[in-house]
Ligand binder design. Structure first.
Ligand SMILES: NC(=[NH2+])NCCC[C@H](N)C(=O)O
Length: 487
């Protein structure tokens, strides 16, 4: 019996078909610890090394509250992801959640948001890596990478877009190639390499906290809020604005859910992995924020280019701690890029298996059990964007895509529970969002919508164009090739 258009747009994929991957699929090789490290690796990265410089001028010492607010927003979303990943442990993360609940069309829209959240983020993070590498080389050897080889062709200037012919940002391209090499070799190898890099970056942050605490002065916390006479937004308004800035540092926990088909015992490990990663990230960020605030007065943060490194230099009066920190940042951002590209390939894998995009994305190599063609295509696109485009274009689009994805996931929680009840299959046990099906997802939606308000009109316009292209693709290709047509 053929389906009407509305039936096609809202058809959902049965949960059972997510859970048991077909033969010739990905292999289960990742345990709880490396999985948690994937979450921490994807999340702690570029942001924490820089965000204080932008956030403290907005909130003053009350930036501590901004971190708590951002952690709360990220936490509400993480709870939703944890519940859904228990019910739908598939490689596609939020895309698969949407497909099982709000239907095929919304799942495809979600897929387009995820290309921003992962693909574009990978490019943006790789560009950040280039900056750290350069400052590390400069500090260590007094050598700069030549400007034409570390700046993009397409640049944003106060007067609009400018083209610098002959310029290419080479370091991020090399970084993406390295990540591609690792990811093609194997998921387990990549997870192990990642876990090692994560431990190094946590060690570097501990190093920062310990040294910064030796310069701790409680007076730096007075006055706690920005007061009348200060620049910018005051009191809690400043705190909220800074929370929007800090939030970026908390994105990435959902990467845990993209590993759903390569994890041992995913129904237990994926929810646990998300919550454990959230805990680790929150504790580290709060420690860093308190230590940094205690080490210098709030007004010093503004325009402090090298972020945390300068604080160490000021506290100790020596250059080597700053060097250690810069080296840590280089490793840290490497692991963010690696796992973000990993997440993107697994999401495309799931979409391709459902027939909504070309089949080549779910071809898995027999030798390495990794989706080789998929990984190559993703890497080339990520590398090209990173090599030629200015990062300022990218960050806001990443936030827009991510927040939209988070909202759809929150909607999916009550939909999923209802569906299971209706089918008489409500599963007891496992992880469930506390306080009923509506409170946490509802708060999560409000928090995300609030952060979205802060984004620029240009961002919203480009996002609308991107969505237009998505809808076009869906109607010209996906709706006709969906595997559910044959079901
Ligand atoms: N899935 C993602 N968008 N990952 C990118 C996360 C960026 C990370 N929170 C950072 O501060 O560097």
């Amino acid at each position: 019996m053929s389906q009407t258009l509305v039936q096609k747009l809202t058809r959902t994929k049965p949960v059972e078909s997510h859970a048991s991957p077909a033969a010739g699929g990905l292999s289960r090789s990742i345990g709880l610890f490396p999985l948690t490290m994937i979450g921490v690796g994807a999340t702690i990265g570029t942001g924490i090394f820089f965000t204080m410089v932008e956030a403290v001028p907005k909130a003053g010492p009350a930036v501590i509250l901004s971190f708590l607010l951002a952690a709360l927003t990220a936490g509400l979303t993480a709870l939703c992801y944890a519940e859904l990943s228990f019910r739908i442990p598939a490689a596609g993360s939020s895309y698969s959640f949407a497909y099982a609940t709000v239907g095929e069309f919304m799942a495809f829209v979600m897929a387009a948001c995820l290309l921003l959240e992962y693909g574009l983020a990978a490019s943006a993070v790789a560009i950040g890596w280039s900056d750290y590498l350069n400052s590390f080389l400069n500090n260590a050897f007094g050598w700069h990478i030549p400007t034409a080889l570390r700046t993009p062709m397409i640049v944003s200037t106060p007067n609009g877009i400018a083209f610098h012919m002959g310029h290419i940002n080479l370091p991020p391209i090399i970084l993406v190639a390295l990540c591609c090499f690792l990811l093609v070799r194997g998921a387990k190898e990549s997870a192990t390499t990642n876990a090692i890099m994560v431990l190094i970056k946590l060690a570097v942050l501990i190093f920062f906290v310990v040294i910064a605490f030796t310069g701790f002065d409680i007076n730096n916390f007075h006055p706690f809020f920005k007061e009348a006479g200060d620049k910018g937004l005051l009191g809690m308004q400043g705190v909220a604005a800074a929370a929007g800035t800090v939030f970026f540092s908390f994105i990435g926990l959902d990467t845990v859910a993209t590993a759903g088909e390569e994890v041992h015992n995913p129904k237990r490990n994926v929810p646990l992995g998300i919550l454990a990663a959230l805990g680790v990230v929150t504790v580290f960020y709060l420690l860093v924020a308190v230590a940094a605030m205690g080490a210098q007065p709030a007004h010093l943060f503004e325009g402090q280019e090298a972020g945390l490194a300068v604080i160490l230099q000021n506290v100790t009066g020596k250059a080597w701690p700053a060097l250690v920190l810069a080296a840590g940042a280089v490793i840290s951002v490497f692991s963010v890029t690696l796992v973000t590209i990993y997440g993107q390939t697994r999401i495309l894998y799931a979409i391709s298996r459902d027939g909504l995009i070309s089949k080549s994305f779910h071809k898995v190599s027999e030798r390495t059990s990794t989706p080789v063609i998929n990984t190559l295509i993703v890497s080339v696109v990520v590398a090209l964007v990173a090599g030629f485009v200015d990062a300022t274009f990218l960050w806001d689009m990443v936030s827009m895509g991510t927040l939209t994805a988070f909202i759809v996931v929150a909607v999916a929680v009550p939909v999923m529970r209802r569906k299971e009840r209706a089918l008489g299959k409500y599963e007891k046990g496992g992880f469930r969002v506390p306080f009923g099906a509506y409170l946490v997802p509802g708060l999560s939606i409000c928090a995300c919508a609030y952060l979205m308000i802060g984004l620029s009109n240009t961002t919203r316009l480009i996002f609308a164009i991107w969505m237009g292209a998505t809808v076009l693709t869906y109607f010209t290709y996906s709706v006709r090739n969906s595997r559910l047509n044959k079901a």
